[in-house]
Design a protein around this ligand. Structure first.
Ligand SMILES: Nc1ncnc2c1ncn2[C@@H]1O[C@H](COP(=O)(O)OP(=O)(O)OP(=O)(O)O)[C@@H](O)[C@H]1O
Ligand SMILES: [Mg+2]
Length: 248
């Protein structure tokens, strides 16, 4: 078992965090790796990706974070498990505030299960609070998807200072990869991407994800892009990105 924990985060909403977590995880699982997905977002989009009928979910990541119950792991595909989120996670920032060692609860919970997995992928909410701190302190790698629109650098600067503050608790913490999502061959996209690639030269991933409608459609289907439309640009791009991540 490789036992690598990868957090996917960006303070900005709608940049493809959840789509990337779902797709990279599915690709790894198809390559025979044992994968666990963790949904930390109260919107529960990652959960809905693989469990479209969320009334089936009785226990969520919230119960584990707050009450210390074992992680509720649900198998959704061959080699692919998920710990679901629920609407209650929207109140997690407040619920966690008074707990002891509240920043490292997820890390401890994962210690109990990581021996069973090659990769654990964590999908974050679009904010930098206690929940995201838990995801960062649990991670071996932190990947940042970004859309090449105006001002992604503002979000990146927030992330940089968030990381700097966490380094006081865990000095080894750092961003390990930045990749482009929802790429369109417009002039603006290219210009913004170049700025980001210059600033994050050492950690820029070469594979980029193009804007692709099949990715948006697959979200409500209960299937990954690889089952929904294996010949789509979305499937090709996420396969290339996943290989790059695994081979680094
Ligand atoms: N490459 C893409 N091409 C087209 N649509 C995409 C692509 N990536 C993501 N989308 C769509 O864009 C929307 C936002 O993507 P996603 O939910 O993955 O972002 P997110 O960063 O997780 O958002 P949030 O911050 O709200 O959690 C979704 O409707 C998704 O289906
Ligand atoms: Mg999301």
């Amino acid at each position: 078992m490789i036992q690598k924990i990868i957090t996917i985060c960006n303070a900005k909403g709608g940049v493809g965090k959840t789509t990337s977590t779902a797709s990279i995880g599915a690709c790894m699982a198809l390559m025979g790796k044992k994968v666990l997905l963790i949904d930390l977002d109260g919107q529960a989009n990652l959960t809905l990706y693989y469990i479209p009928n969320d009334s089936e979910i009785e226990v969520s990541i919230f119960d584990s974070l707050i009450s210390g119950e074992p992680l509720p792991i649900i198998n959704v595909k061959e080699n692919l498990d998920i710990v679901p989120s629920s609407l209650e996670m929207a109140s997690a920032e407040i619920a966690l505030t008074n707990l002891l060692a509240r920043e490292q609860i997820l890390s401890r919970l994962l210690d109990d299960v990581k021996q069973d997995y090659d990769y654990i992928l964590i999908d974050c909410p679009p904010s930098l609070g206690i929940v995201t701190t838990n995801a960062f302190l649990a991670a071996d790698e932190i990947l940042v998807p970004m859309t090449p629109e105006l001002l992604p650098l503002k979000g990146m600067r927030m992330l940089d200072s968030f990381i700097t503050s966490l380094q006081k608790v865990k000095p080894s913490i750092h961003l390990s990869g930045v990749f482009t999502t929802r790429f369109n061959h417009r002039k603006l996209n290219k210009a913004v991407e170049n700025v980001v690639r210059n600033r994050y030269q050492d950690i820029t991933l070469q594979s980029r994800i193009r804007e692709n409608i099949a990715l948006a459609e697959s979200a409500g289907s209960g299937n990954s892009i690889f089952e929904y439309d294996p010949n789509s640009n979305g499937a090709k791009d996420y396969q290339a990105l996943t290989e790059e991540i695994m081979n680094r």
